[in-house]
Design a protein around this ligand. Structure first.
Ligand code: BGC
Length: 978
């Protein structure tokens, strides 16, 4: 299979990059997740990976053969010459030819040796953490665990396994579905994307993307959008929503999926994720915090998808992992999230879905996660190793290849329990976690109707097992339930609100905005004309010509951009494009509107020269790596506007009203774009970053343009003047480098210094800083008050004891009971938990592989040690609106850690960012309300601590903290100390 080649999955209606065919697997892969495990070790401990997976055996054999053939090549080299000596002497030319061939063989062989050597993971990059902590330690989950344990106690081994493993890609209605235990009324769980709407479904809402939600900085809207999304999931019969996304976090401004998350800062991501999770779960739907962790780019994110056997390794130091990338996951766990999805990539040379340090250690021990870990789709790369490392659910159940019915779990998990490779209590814990999560959100009260839509067809009647080539069972698969809400509860109202509040006004010279529906503003009334003339330009203003859903998973940038592409996109039920909405908003009695909704302008300039005002729509798109649009393979190739956007703005500005017309630029974008090619043009008076607004795009931009909504969006990322200003660590790795070995390596060597932290440290002036945005009114802040409410001690209190998790009999069943029931009708390629034969079930003596890893002092409660969440400071300020319009603003709190701090025990210097965001509040204040509105922030111990790698704990450094409050990361009008 050629790299990057996309295959249409014939059985489904959606394109998906296929997994390799058998032949592709000849290239050796690295199997060991834990860097201290050798291949032989893993072979011994992982019968799933080696005994029963032909493909893996084949690959393992290859590794050995490769080593042997190198030696053979060396020792066998003279042999042909000997033979020739005895018979016919070769000519000189033959000798040269043979020497040449031998040289080539030697070069290739040494290349092979080199590649093999460099591909061996460095020892200890990802330390082991075993065994998996059991769920059931948190009192907020106590009832659910009690009920779950009662149910799990009644389950047979195959029943348990059935709940842990998906039935296979496109085998049921949802993108992922688990097996059911009908006998105990435990349903097949439907897992569906998320995170901006219900993917592959009809009559649903395309909400604004995560990045737009982040740009609102409005906690209430974050919650409400989650809740509405959860409600739609509930109505469609979805048990587990695959969102919110908080990884990628935004380390790389061109990262293809940044738009699914909330912005390039852990605190913004964490708060938005927690609010979203609460919203979704308050509707009784399980939420998924994804992708854990380090999946910052699309290139090489996944094995084989990019033509390489191994996924990229995100090499992240422990402090950065804690303070940046795992931070929002801690908030998600604290918010009670029921599921976490591990990501495709490796972290420190160990696949995220079998990385025991990440799953067992950080997530389940330190953060006290009580729900279940599901794999991203085919992110699971081993059977036993992933089970032992803390994976609880294999999604979509397929093993290393799509839709082949060859699971790494399913029957293989059953077998590995019976032969002692996976302790039964690990499987009990997996199932208990899943069942407890189901109880935790109240799904035991649902009628088991299952999903009422199909991901694979729009027809009412369709195949029940789309992915099976030989099964033709049919049924009603689409019931077209309208989930969009009605009347005042219609979700479109919320979409419009979020989209308008997530719109960021970055430039507004001469108060050009808000516009007047009647055209001329009083001060500018022209006597020359009766009508004000407006031109609307750019393809981004109109609908795509071929329909709003004509590209699979929205993987094309045609017409107006309202979402990025990939599994995080949905089919629009409708899309309000800017062109018709803006047109309709002007009063046509006094305004004449013309449009040219293309990026290539006509040669006749009248359409421009006649205008008093030109509104230009431009964009930049990206998406998930299994699809591409033109040369954009998920990640953007640069941070420029796409489809000639810069030139369009320049040309419009040049000729609009013969260079005298006012220009407004609206940018729909997946992330930061470089604005330098037009931002300083004098008549480009207003620039709006409208992010990805979702289905109500046109209405939302009208709200902002005309001032029905006073803009209060703030940038959830920095907009630089130059791409290079983001720093060397901000670059996508588009190609592997020679030093990588067989897996591309990506060192997060900038550590904590991403986005504004980098700009601040290097003292680089951005075009617009993180947290920046304008309003049509003017706010002031005063009266900073810092009140200490807790002791300034270095360490949190000792870790508290948790509850005792449920325990079960460790007696293994008779293996025969795990065989397929007699006469069972199998659907081809469907994944079942039963065994075909008893091969490989012979119990071998199980050894205790690893001693118990020490429990983390930073653990003991949801999101970590409860004392980390103790409020140590209460910071307040007074906000006034001194302008003439009502409006909202975002008051932001940043803290600076003590300067020149050294650890007083070790004497080591500890470096800190200049400032870090620690809180924000969106506050509405009426016009000219100058008596001040109180804004309060609670600052916790965690907010004031750094992760001490040696002590493996959060430490509050001794010294003076800077406490600053303001309107952006660089406009901090109030400054205090603690
Ligand atoms: C994506 C996940 C998604 C899953 C199921 C994967 O390709 O990375 O975010 O939830 O597919 O659609």
């Amino acid at each position: 299979m050629a790299p990057y080649e996309s295959h249409e999955l014939r059985r489904g209606k959606y394109a998906r990059l296929d997994a390799p065919e058998d032949d592709d697997l000849d290239t050796p892969t690295r199997f060991s997740s834990e860097s201290n495990m050798t291949l032989e070790d893993l072979e011994e401990h992982d019968p799933l990976a080696f005994d029963s997976k032909i493909k893996r055996k084949k690959s393992a054999g290859d590794l050995k053969i490769r080593k042997a053939s190198y030696r053979d090549a060396e020792s066998a080299a003279p042999a042909p010459l000997e033979r020739w000596k005895g018979s016919r002497a070769p000519g000189r030319c033959c000798c040269w030819l043979l020497t040449f061939i031998a040289a080539i063989v030697l070069i290739l062989a040494s290349g092979g040796i080199w590649a093999w050597k460099v591909s061996v993971p460095k020892d200890g990059l990802s330390p082991p953490w075993y065994p998996t902590p059991k769920g059931g330690t948190d009192k907020a989950w106590a009832d659910s665990y009690t009920k779950a344990a009662d149910m799990v106690k009644q389950m047979t081994l195959p029943e348990k396994v059935n709940i842990t493993t998906g039935t296979g890609w496109s085998m049921d209605m949802c993108v992922g579905q688990t097996g059911r235990v009908a006998r105990l009324k435990f349903p097949s769980l439907c897992l569906q994307d998320g995170p901006l709407g219900i993917r592959f479904a009809d009559n649903i809402t395309a909400f604004p993307a995560g990045i737009t939600v982040g740009a609102t900085w409005n906690k209430e809207l974050m919650y409400l959008r989650g809740k509405a999304h959860g409600k739609e999931a509930r109505l469609k019969g979805v048990n587990v929503l695959l969102g919110p996304a908080m990884g990628p976090l935004g380390r790389l401004p061109a990262g293809g999926r940044n738009w699914e998350g909330f912005g390039s800062d852990p605190v913004l991501q964490g708060i938005a994720a927690a609010q979203t999770i609460k919203g979704i779960q308050d509707e009784g739907v399980m939420a998924t915090a994804k992708h854990y962790v380090g999946n910052e780019q699309e290139h090489f994110r996944q094995s084989w998808e990019w033509g390489l056997p191994n996924a990229i390794s995100s090499n992240i130091d422990d402090r950065t992992l804690h303070e940046i990338y795992a931070w929002p996951f801690a908030d998600s766990v604290k918010a009670g999230v029921t599921s976490v999805m591990c990501s495709y990539n490796q972290v420190n040379s160990s696949y995220a879905c079998q990385n025991s340090r990440l799953l067992n250690g950080i997530l389940k021990d330190e953060l006290g996660f009580q729900g279940f870990v599901q794999s991203d789709w085919l992110a699971q790369r081993s059977g036993v190793a992933s089970a032992l490392a803390g994976l609880d659910m294999s999604m979509p159940g397929d093993g290393l290849r799509w839709a082949k019915g060859d699971s790494l779990w399913g029957p293989e998990l059953t077998r590995s329990v019976l032969n002692g490779s996976v302790p039964i209590d690990r499987v009990d814990d997996m199932v208990t976690r899943i069942v407890a999560s189901w109880y935790q959100v109240g799904q035991d009260k649902w009628d088991d109707q299952g999903p009422n839509f199909s991901s694979w067809t729009n027809d009412r009647v369709g195949k029940l097992h789309e992915g099976s080539p030989s099964d033709h069972a049919m049924g009603v698969v689409n019931q077209y339930v309208n989930a969009q809400g009605e009347g005042k509860d219609a979700h479109k109202n919320l979409v419009r609100r979020v989209a308008a509040e997530g719109t960021v006004l970055v430039k507004n010279e001469d108060k050009l905005l808000p516009l007047d529906r009647k055209g001329w503003k009083k001060s500018k009334k022209s006597k020359r004309r009766t009508k004000y003339r407006v031109g609307i330009f750019g393809e981004d203003a109109r609908l795509p010509r071929e329909g709003i859903n004509h590209c699979s998973d929205q993987s094309c940038n045609e017409g107006t951009l309202a979402s990025g592409w990939g599994s995080g996109a949905v089919k629009f039920s409708y899309l309000i494009e800017p062109l018709s909405a803006v047109r309709a908003a002007f009063d046509n009695a006094t305004v004449y509107v013309t449009d040219w909704p293309e990026n290539k302008l006509p040669s006749q300039k009248e359409v421009l020269e006649d205008q008093d005002l030109c509104i230009v729509f431009v964009n930049a798109d990206s998406g998930e790596g299994y699809e591409h649009y033109g040369s954009i393979r998920g990640d953007r190739n640069d941070l420029n506007l796409q489809k000639g956007g810069d030139k369009l703005v320049q040309d419009v500005a040049k000729d609009c009203g013969k260079g005298m017309g006012d220009v407004v630029v609206v940018v729909h974008t997946v992330g930061p774009v470089i604005l330098e090619n037009f931002i300083d043009i004098v008549n480009v008076k207003a620039v709006i970053i409208a992010n990805l607004p979702g289905t109500e795009s046109g209405n939302a931009i009208v709200d902002v343009l005309f001032g029905d909504v006073n803009p209060s969006g703030r940038l959830p990322y920095t907009i630089a003047k130059n791409e290079d200003d983001y720093g060397p660590g901000s670059k996508i790795k588009y190609l592997p480098t020679p030093s990588d070995g067989l897996a591309p390596q990506q060192n997060f060597s900038e550590g904590l210094y991403i986005d504004y932290r980098h700009f601040d440290k290097q003292d680089i002036t951005p075009r617009y800083e993180f947290g920046y945005g304008l309003s049509y009114t003017q706010f002031t802040l005063s009266s900073l008050l810092i009140k200490e409410s807790g002791a300034k001690t270095s360490f949190p209190k000792p870790r508290p004891e948790g509850l005792t998790p449920p325990s079960y009999s460790t007696h293994l069943p008779d293996p025969k009971s795990a065989l397929f029931p007699e006469g069972f009708h199998k659907v081809e390629r469907y994944i079942y938990p039963w065994l075909d034969s008893l091969k490989g079930v012979k119990k071998h003596k199980s050894e205790n592989l690893q001693p118990q890893s020490p429990l983390s002092d930073a653990g003991g409660g949801p999101g970590g040690n409860p004392d980390l969440y103790t409020t140590l400071l209460t910071v307040s300020a007074s906000l006034a609106n001194i302008g003439l319009l009502d409006g909202s603003t975002v008051v932001q709190l940043y803290i600076s850690f003590p300067k020149n701090y050294t650890d007083n025990e070790t004497g080591e210097a500890v470096d800190f960012p200049v400032r870090v965001l620690r809180g924000f509040e969106k506050v509405h204040v009426e016009a000219q309300k100058t008596d001040g509105q109180l804004v309060t922030f609670e600052v916790t111990r965690r907010d004031l601590s750094y992760w001490d790698v040696k002590r493996q704990n959060w430490v509050l450094p001794v010294g003076e903290f800077g406490i600053t409050v303001g309107f952006s990361s660089r406009n901090l009008v109030l400054q205090g100390k603690w």
